[in-house]
Design a protein around this ligand. Structure first.
Ligand SMILES: [Zn+2]
Length: 427
């Protein structure tokens, strides 16, 4: 079937994709519970109704995952992975429409998860139906709807990858902001962490005689700026990511309010150096006791392909250089010298070329390549299951995790086009 015909079929799905998005939004799958059983039952009913092969896979019965499968004539397999859990709605008074009503208005679907990413899941459901109704398709396609993405994929993509359920030649991650019809972009990967803990030890004493003790909190506070100096450490990510890093900077420039020059400078700087932020501090036991222990945890993010061990080693050097007694730096995860941060797909791979070409043909716009600062299920499909993974999502700029979250129906239909067309052209 020609691309034009596919696009025509997809254009006829406007109401269907909006209704499905609204239907998924109506099931509250927000964390901390993150229960996905109702969403899975809804997707299963849709698949059954349209004769689409499907299976439910669950490690935790309240957090099931479901796959919709369309068999191809060849032996290549394309995976699509999305998530049906969402983040909590926050304060109800901040919402124009109730967060779980799935209101369709102003050519948008409103509600928690509409942008991140039940809308994209609805687009994938429609794509599965369209592909299933074609006489034959070249590649087998599996659309996976997973739980737990917002908390690291434990019962979702991480479990599916670890248990060997993800098997494919390539994987499209349906999460994120693909820029809609005007500024299309592909996510080549995402940053990864090199978290560390700074521990300060001292000597306890009565609060009335501090000179007899050594205050661990004071040592910790003085030590923190030395860890923060890692912000100037030059990262060693591979050269073939250069265009993607530049593309990312351009992309984030376009989505940052004008006049925010300091933010732009830091954003750009932190593609070349680690971002670092001290987000948790613990210390002290009682107001009249000089503390002998305190600790601080840092969230440190690295452009993919950089080596966390080098960053952790440099932080240890910096803290040693401070000359402050009683300090120790501990990596919050174990890294080997070979480990690299995050994941990425080479922008020059055949997969990237083909994915870019199909989006370019559909939107008639140049396609930007970018790197996400946060993580997605791509970490599981790429690093655990070993499948080259690229991201394209239907999310609207600035909507994920916000009150009044919404998605345009135009973006959803574009998602249907791309998720249907790519498995048909992939060689
Ligand atoms: Zn998401």
């Amino acid at each position: 079937m020609s691309l034009d015909n596919i696009l025509k079929i997809a254009e006829g799905t406007t109401d269907e994709v909006a209704e499905l998005t609204s239907g998924l939004v109506k099931f509250n799958s927000a964390h901390p519970d993150g229960f996905t059983d109702e969403c899975v039952a809804y997707i299963k009913a849709y698949c059954d109704k349209h004769g689409i092969e499907n299976e439910v896979h669950a490690n935790d019965p309240k957090k099931p995952n479901i796959v919709a499968r369309v068999k191809g004539t060849g032996d290549k397999r394309v995976l699509w992975v999305g998530h049906i859990d969402v983040v909590p709605e926050g304060k109800p008074e901040n919402w124009t429409y109730p967060p779980y009503d799935g209101v369709i208005a102003d050519d948008c679907v409103y509600g928690r998860g509409s942008s991140d990413m039940k809308g994209s899941c609805a687009a994938a459901m429609v794509s599965a139906r369209i592909l299933n109704e074609l006489e034959s398709i070249p590649n087998t396609v599996e659309f996976w709807f997973a739980s737990d993405e917002e908390i690291g994929g434990g019962e979702g993509a991480r479990w599916l990858a670890k248990s060997g359920r993800f098997k494919a030649d390539v994987c499209v991650i349906g999460d994120g902001n693909g820029g809609g019809p005007t500024a299309p972009s592909i996510d080549l990967g995402c940053k990864g962490g090199a978290g560390v803990k700074l521990i300060a030890r001292g000597q306890t004493a009565h609060g009335s005689t501090p000179y007899l003790g050594k205050n661990a909190i004071t040592r910790l506070i003085n030590g923190i700026p030395w860890v923060e100096k890692i912000d100037d450490f030059e990262l060693d990510w591979p050269d073939d990511l250069k265009s993607a890093v530049e593309g990312s900077i351009e992309y984030y420039k376009g989505t940052t309010p004008t006049g925010a020059d300091d933010i732009l400078k830091s954003m750009e700087h932190n593609f070349y150096t680690p971002s670092v932020t001290c987000n948790i501090i613990h210390g002290g036991v009682k107001i009249n006791v000089v503390p002998d222990y305190a600790e601080a945890e840092f969230d440190i993010r690295l452009t993919p392909g950089s080596h966390p061990t080098k960053v952790v080693d440099r932080i240890k050097e910096l803290v040693a250089k401070s000359g402050i007694e009683g300090l120790e730096v501990v990596a919050t995860r174990e890294y080997s010298a070979k480990d690299y941060a995050g994941y990425y797909e080479s922008p020059n791979s055949s997969f990237a070329d083909q994915f870019k070409a199909v989006i370019n043909a559909i939107t008639d716009k140049p396609v930007n390549m970018k790197i996400l600062t946060g993580g997605t299920d791509g970490i599981s499909t790429s690093k655990i299951a070993g499948i080259p993974s690229l991201g394209y999502g239907t999310s609207l700029t600035g909507q994920a995790h916000q009150p009044d979250e919404r998605v345009t129906i135009e973006n959803l239909v574009l998602g249907v086009k791309i998720f249907t067309a790519f498995p048909l052209i992939y060689k």
